[in-house]
Design a protein around this ligand. Structure first.
Ligand code: FAD
Ligand code: NAG
Ligand code: NAG
Ligand code: NAG
Ligand code: NAG
Ligand code: NAG
Ligand code: NAG
Ligand code: NAG
Ligand code: NAG
Ligand code: NAG
Ligand code: NAG
Ligand code: NAG
Length: 611
């Protein structure tokens, strides 16, 4: 049995021993009568929040409910080089979008973790931050108390950054912390053909940044990954936070919540607890907190009677609270990629696909804690403004202005404002070793099988498309209906074209141009004109898995779902704490922000009780 699972069982045993709560102080909080706090969704935010509440409210009984299993021994999760291998498995909800009209009606994957640790167990381990102005922006759209200085402290509470004062990170301790639970480390495994990354970007005018965690992410860098450097395991919410939990946290895995139970009194609605998918009701005397993520927190609100009247009526759900912002405002980062066949004298990460002897040897090295290709995660990043990327950005800015039009939605107006801010990145390009793309790795038996590749992934940081996620009216308990509306405006399309052309430019600039023989996807001879690039974009755009905004922290009149204390409008003790509350998408991968949201929520809830 695993160490962590033992902890959980021990906690359960402790309760059993204490019987009706020898240490229980609150009068309603007996074992039989339920819990003080129930957190729905043991993912990135849910595990972090429940751990902090159990530490800060030692007299409270806290229940964390997770639909998936605990998987502390799963190699596909623990081994950094196996990133991606868990997509489409039992640990993945396997969601997809509905056909996207602006992408030739393609259906895109929308993977999400269904395991203790949630998407932090499945993600690609990028550990970074956006610019200070963007976190400030979350406050400026109507959320007093949210600004970079405060939020940076919250992100820091989650963090143990272990690469300060190294070759690729300055000794400056600004913006980083070394005593939080989640490890952020610059990967020790750098493939030889990646050595040209920094000089190539430098020669294109992008400066080296060795302090990218402190609120200025612009530049080129070896960025960190969520890896514990002592044994090179993935560091994620479940294995980082749970060992720190106080004794009165109970974790229930393999258990799906159906809805939140609400009651009304003369002060309005309040949550009394939750109903599980098997019909069991569990009461909460203090609060219910939804941490089911951007695709499922809004659905749980809808199933509980909170949302748009039309959506609820279609699904046969009685509306209790009119809150039309639920499931709206879905924003996501799009990504597009090119791939290059490396020269024969370089070993690419693709070797793990075709040489099982090598793979076995390397995995053994990983088990022994030695330097191994299985340590690998992408570590070559760059963030730039459009001006830095393409020179004259006036066309893109005009397209953005036209796309926003007369919209007064805070996400639209902020993104427009951010386009003119020289401190905010608009484009990210990542060098990722091994083939990743849409065409597929060459099939066995074809000439290129057994060859190595690297990919350049471009992501547009502030697409203007906003979409929706709602329950399926014909099957409210089934998969959510996800419509991100990708590339539904002129800015997003031209930004994607500019982004992918930038990948070609980077690849063909020395010294990076010296390490490859041919462009595998799309191919130098296949795609050159803007019309061809456009077709390539429509054929191959994917998500980089950063959906946010579907229970937005915004004023109610702007389509908000939660207030600055993360409380759902119209209720007094129901909160949402996960990526869905992010009002405006930022120029970073999401996990450090999600941990920050959980830490902020813990601070708010614990502070509330103590004041
Ligand atoms: C494939 C992939 C790659 C990514 N790569 C990166 C990256 O490299 N770096 C980065 O920073 N970010 C990355 N992200 C994004 C980041 O991981 C997520 O934004 C973040 O983990 C979301 O956290 P969350 O708490 O909002 O949701 P989640 O972590 O997804 O947690 C939601 C939890 O709720 C549970 N749940 C849902 N419904 C119910 C229910 N009804 N009852 C009980 N439990 C329920 C789920 O099973 C899940 O465990 C990636 C995401 C994915 C999916
Ligand atoms: C749970 O709460 C409901 C609604 O408030 C109440 O009717 C029920 O008695 C409670 N159950 C227990 C076991 O306390
Ligand atoms: C690291 O991963 C291995 C292999 O899955 C596992 O046995 C071990 O418990 C993990 N260690 C930590 C600290 O998570
Ligand atoms: C996701 O798909 C895989 C492969 O079809 C399947 O094994 C797994 O059970 C699915 N996950 C869920 C949560 O349904
Ligand atoms: C920070 O991480 C390092 C590497 O895993 C570890 O040795 C150290 O104990 C951690 N610090 C804290 C306070 O957890
Ligand atoms: C419902 O699920 C819970 C949690 O998994 C379990 O404890 C309970 O026994 C189940 N109840 C029924 C009726 O199956
Ligand atoms: C509610 O949903 C319906 C159906 O999708 C939509 O037409 C309507 O505009 C929504 N109402 C509000 C206030 O957003
Ligand atoms: C690979 O070969 C090229 C010449 O074709 C050379 O410039 C480069 O240094 C070699 N790289 C390695 C890692 O051997
Ligand atoms: C596979 O890897 C083994 C062990 O590293 C090596 O000896 C062998 O030459 C490799 N085979 C191929 C086809 O690359
Ligand atoms: C940028 O391009 C626009 C439109 O093509 C042009 O009008 C403008 O003069 C250019 N600006 C600069 C500084 O070159
Ligand atoms: C909604 O549910 C129905 C009934 O199960 C199913 O046929 C339909 O495909 C679902 N819609 C979507 C978009 O998934
Ligand atoms: C896009 O896809 C279509 C249909 O599969 C194909 O005919 C076309 O060549 C592709 N275009 C590019 C640039 O990849």
């Amino acid at each position: 049995m695993n160490f962590f699972v033992k902890i959980i069982l021990l906690v359960a045993l402790l309760y059993a021993t204490l019987g009706n709560g020898a240490t229980v102080k609150r009068k309603d909080a007996s074992w039989r009568k339920g819990y003080d706090y129930i957190i729905v969704g043991g993912g990135t935010a849910g595990v972090a929040l429940s751990t902090r509440l159990s530490q800060g409210l030692p007299d409270s009984k806290i229940l964390l409910i997770e639909a998936g299993p605990a998987a502390f021994d799963e190699l596909g999760i623990n081994v950094p080089g196996k990133k991606g291998s868990t997509l489409g498995t039992q640990y993945d909800w396997n969601f997809t979008t509905i056909p996207q009209p602006a992408l030739k009606n393609r259906v895109l994957a929308q993977n999400r973790g269904k395991v203790l640790g949630g998407s932090s167990a499945l993600n690609l381990l990028t550990y970074d931050r956006a610019s200070a102005s963007e976190y400030d922006g979350w406050g400026e759209v109507g959320n007093p108390g949210w600004d970079f200085d405060t939020f940076e402290d919250m992100m820091d509470r989650a963090e143990n950054f272990t690469s300060a004062d190294t070759e690729w990170y300055d000794d400056d301790n600004d913006g980083i912390n070394t005593d939080g639970p989640v490890r952020g480390t610059i990967n020790r495994f750098i493939p030889a053909h990646q050595n040209g990354w920094v000089p190539t970007l430098n020669s294109l005018g992008i400066e080296t940044n060795k302090e990218y965690m402190s609120g200025n992410p612009l530049g080129v860098m070896y960025s960190s990954s969520s890896i514990d450097p002592t044994h090179y395991n993935r560091s994620y919410s479940a294995n980082a936070y749970l060992p720190l939990a106080g004794p009165r946290l109970t974790v229930m895995t393999d258990t799906t919540v159906l809805k939140v139970n609400l009651k009304q009194d003369h002060h309005g609605y309040y949550a009394t607890g939750v109903t599980l998918a098997n019909g069991t009701v569990i009461n909460a005397t203090q609060e219910v907190i939804l941490s089911a993520g951007s695709f499922q927190s809004p659905g749980l609100l809808e199933l509980s009677g909170i949302g748009n009247k039309t959506v609820l009526a279609a699904a046969g759900i009685e509306q209790l609270i009119e809150l039309p912002g639920v499931g709206e405002n879905l924003q996501d980062h799009i990504r597009i990629q090119t791939s290059y066949q490396v020269k024969e004298n370089y070993t690419s990460f693709d070797i793990l696909r075709y040489n099982t002897t090598y793979a076995t040897e390397q995995l053994q090295l990983w088990f022994e804690g030695k330097y191994s290709i299985y340590d690998y995660t992408g570590s070559a990043y760059s963030f730039m403004t459009w001006k830095q990327a393409i020179g004259n950005d006036s066309t893109l800015r005009a397209l953005a202005q036209a796309a926003v039009g007369s919209s007064k939605h805070p996400a639209d107006t902020k993104k427009l404002e951010w386009l003119s801010d020289p401190t905010i990145p608009q484009l990210e390009v990542i060098m990722s070793d091994g083939y990743t793309g849409v065409k597929g790795y060459p099939a066995i038996g074809t000439a290129l099988y057994g060859k190595g590749f690297f990919s350049l992934l471009a992501a547009v940081m502030h697409p203007l498309s906003r979409g929706t996620v709602h329950i399926n009216s014909s099957d409210p308990l089934g998969k959510p209906i996800i419509d991100p509306n990708y590339l539904s405006n002129g800015y997003d399309l031209q930004a994607a074209i500019a982004a992918i052309k930038k990948c070609r430019q980077i690849a063909t600039t020395p010294p990076l141009s010296d390490v490859w023989d041919s462009e595998y996807e799309p191919g130098l001879e296949n795609v050159n004109t803007d019309a061809e690039w456009k077709d390539f974009v429509l054929n191959t755009t994917l998500t980089i898995y950063h959906p946010v905004g579907t229970c937005a922290m915004l004023p109610r009149m702007d389509g908000g779902v939660v207030d600055p204390k993360l409380k759902v409008y119209g209720t007094r003790n129901l909160r949402v704490v996960d990526a869905s509350i992010i009002p405006v998408l930022i120029s970073a991968h999401m996990q450090t922000a999600v941990y920050g949201i959980a830490e902020m929520a813990a601070d708010i809830i614990i502070g509330n009780l103590n004041s």
